[in-house]
Design a protein around this ligand. Structure first.
Ligand SMILES: [Zn+2]
Length: 334
């Protein structure tokens, strides 16, 4: 490895040559390559983490460019994982990078997570995070939960067997549509960068075995109100995942199916009563939407949605099921 590249980092007593060598050998899964994931990945790569697995099911959109430093105008329409891998490879050609253009479902999580020492969070939905949480508990792999929205974000390191997991913090998924998303609530560009910096620092601490990192310490930041809070999350005595070892999110059937006429059906994470009036109002601000005959019919981002009260949706105009599910998670319900 080039001596100069990491010289300013190696002189940190917290790292030293031994720490730098640990980073060079480390293998990290970056789950999601949007703003949060790509800034985290870039920080880890520049720090000398030698092996990164980059996973994202989605394509770069023009609306990503205000907050993702790794993407340029020509990347619009390319898979995010591939665009990010190309950019990072140019920064440090020696790094070993893998780009996976897939939805990180239970099968994929179980295939990839045992191959790494650590998972960092660049996900945009809670269901995938629960899946990662379950797979990390099953395979004993640490992960860092990080989430951003609007002007705020939070992050917490999760070490299986040594503190709380994500379901100790959020025991159950919220009902479909209950959580806002970056597409509906917006996102301030520097927020994912700030949270990615904290996430990357925690990742480096974990990889070099720094004693200062406290499992279950949740940091919450609002960059607009300039409020910072630290909360110690306790392990829930009856947590279904890390205590009772019921890893429900690894046993879920696929939620997507392609029907005839290139219609993709997406099932909700939990069947429930969707507030269709609220949904029609929300979607009409992003495209065309109306409540018609007990269903919401909408056109957003070139896709046609028919959404039923139980949360099921038919999506036309997007033949790729992974992309259809991404649109569903973004616009209909988490
Ligand atoms: Zn737990």
């Amino acid at each position: 490895m080039g001596q100069k590249r990491f010289s300013r980092q190696v002189i940190l007593p917290q790292l030293g040559t031994a720490g730098q060598q640990k980073l060079r050998k480390a293998r990290v899964l970056v789950a999601g390559c949007g703003a949060l994931g790509s800034h985290t990945a870039a920080a880890l790569l520049r720090a000398g983490v030698g092996n990164l697995i980059l996973v994202d099911r989605d394509l770069v959109e023009e609306s990503n460019l205000h907050r993702v430093a790794a993407f340029i105008d020509q990347d619009v329409g390319r898979p995010k994982a591939e665009a990010l891998a190309n950019r990072l490879q140019a920064i440090w050609p020696e790094a070993n990078l893998e780009a996976w253009v897939i939805h990180l479902g239970p099968r994929e999580a179980e295939e990839l997570i045992p191959k790494v020492e650590l998972v960092v969070d660049g996900l945009d939905n809670l269901e995938s995070r629960y899946t990662v949480n379950d797979a990390c508990i099953k395979h004993g792999v640490p992960w860092i939960y990080t989430a951003v929205l609007a002007t705020y974000g939070m992050t917490m390191a999760i070490l299986p067997g040594e503190g709380p997991c994500l379901r100790c913090l959020f025991p159950n998924p919220p009902p479909p549509g209950a959580l806002p998303t970056c597409a509906t609530a917006g996102i301030l560009g520097p927020v994912p960068q700030a949270l990615a910096a904290w996430q990357a620092a925690a990742a480096i601490q974990l990889l070099v075995g720094a004693p200062e990192l406290i499992p279950g310490e949740l940091l919450y930041f609002d960059l607009w109100t300039r409020k910072v809070n630290t909360i110690q999350v306790a392990r829930a005595p009856s947590c279904p995942a890390c205590v009772e070892k019921r890893l429900e999110f690894l046993d879920r059937p696929s939620r997507t199916a392609t029907l005839c006429g290139e219609v993709v059906q997406i099932l909700p994470r939990e069947r429930g009563n969707l507030d269709l009036v609220e949904l029609a109002g929300r979607l009409s601000r992003l495209g065309k939407a109306e409540l018609r005959g007990g269903v919401v019919v909408a056109e957003v981002e070139g896709a046609s949605f028919t959404v039923f009260p139980d949360g099921r949706a038919l999506i036309k105009g997007v033949p790729d099921p992974g992309r259809a599910q991404a649109l569903y998670d973004q616009y209909i319900a988490r």
